[in-house]
Write a protein that binds this ligand. Structure first.
Ligand code: BG6
Length: 312
């Protein structure tokens, strides 16, 4: 299981191969690896080529722990097992999508790792784009790994970044963290707008944001729907329906509807229907890594990432 800095990669994989800890083609032996997948396209390709030199693709597991999180696994269920969402999941009804991962912690002593990467590579390349592709993809033929990935790939290859919207930031005090160079310009905050130019999502802005040392810990997907024509005709408040898929600090969902203000006023107000996963479960919830490692032992790859996703 390798969670290594890029420059150690070649030596370690070579030694694993030399020592026959993992021999090519033996499916009872697997190699798991975590980001960073290099620091740019070229170095990512180099790392991947090295893996292919020493191991069979079937033995390689590229982990993204967000994919093991309860509510991220749930995106497909919410979309495809609910008639009410399946029918309206497109650009005629969806107004915009927000995908946020806000953290209150700083870099927690991981200077050596973090300063080389920054928020874009640490959180966006991996976790947020995985979420985006699950939200925007077409219905996969089956839940089988390759079918799901083939659909995610189509999203990633139609992704267009609005570079004018990009905001990068660095939190106050970052330069005083241990082992951070005093002139580091590494970003700890990133925000931008992107579009998925598929027939389903063309024209719908996706707002992505992630940062450290922000006001609260919150990872969230917000799907905002268009207003109804009656809201305008009847001069009602233009508050919109929203679906929240809540990833942290608590797993859950929220659905914001418009409802009459109780009592004598003829007015409308937004109300939220809430589902909290932990409130309905006994004992500990499964950790993302537990689920992924169990899947790896069982050789199930649906929740792991494939090389072409990383490459794109
Ligand atoms: C990791 C990043 O992949 O995800 C960290 O390297 C980040 O910088 C972490 O803090 C966030 O994960 P979680 O599960 O705490 O939301």
């Amino acid at each position: 299981y390798l969670a290594l800095s890029t420059e150690l990669f070649s030596e370690v994989t070579n030694n694993i191969n030399q020592s026959k800890l993992v021999t090519i083609g033996n499916l009872n032996q697997s190699i798991i690896f975590e980001k960073p997948f290099g620091h740019d396209l070229y170095s990512a390709k180099e790392i991947n080529q090295m893996l292919w030199n020493y191991f069979d693709e079937k033995q390689i597991y590229r982990i993204d722990h967000y994919l093991g999180k309860e509510m991220i696994q749930n995106i497909m269920m919410v979309r495809f097992a609910n008639r009410i969402f399946e029918e309206i999941w497109h650009n005629r009804i969806i107004k915009n999508v927000k995908i946020y991962a806000k953290e209150t912690d700083g870099i927690l002593g991981r200077a050596g790792y973090y300063d080389q990467l920054g928020a874009l590579r640490d959180m966006v390349q991996s976790h947020l784009l995985q979420i985006l592709s699950l939200v925007a993809m077409e219905v996969p033929v089956t839940y089988h790994s390759d079918d799901v990935k083939d659909e995610k790939i189509k999203v990633l290859s139609h992704l267009h970044f609005d570079s004018d919207s990009l905001i990068l930031g660095q939190y106050d005090g970052y330069l005083n963290e241990n082992n951070i160079p005093s002139d580091s310009t590494t970003e700890t905050f990133v925000f931008f707008k992107a579009y998925v130019n598929t027939p389903r999502f063309k024209g719908v802005p996706f707002y992505l944001m992630s940062g450290k040392k922000l006001d609260k810990k919150e990872s969230l997907i917000e799907i905002e729907f268009e207003e109804t024509s009656e809201q305008r005709k009847w001069n009602l408040p233009l508050s919109t329906n929203k679906l929240f898929i809540k990833i942290a600090p608590e797993d859950g969902m929220g659905l914001v509807l418009n409802s009459k203000v109780p009592g004598l006023r003829d007015d409308v107000e937004p109300v939220e229907l809430e589902y909290c996963v932990a409130c309905n479960e006994f004992g500990n919830l499964t950790e993302a890594y537990e689920k992924l490692i169990i899947d790896i032992v069982g050789q199930h790859k649906t929740l792991l990432t494939r090389w072409d996703e990383i490459e794109l």
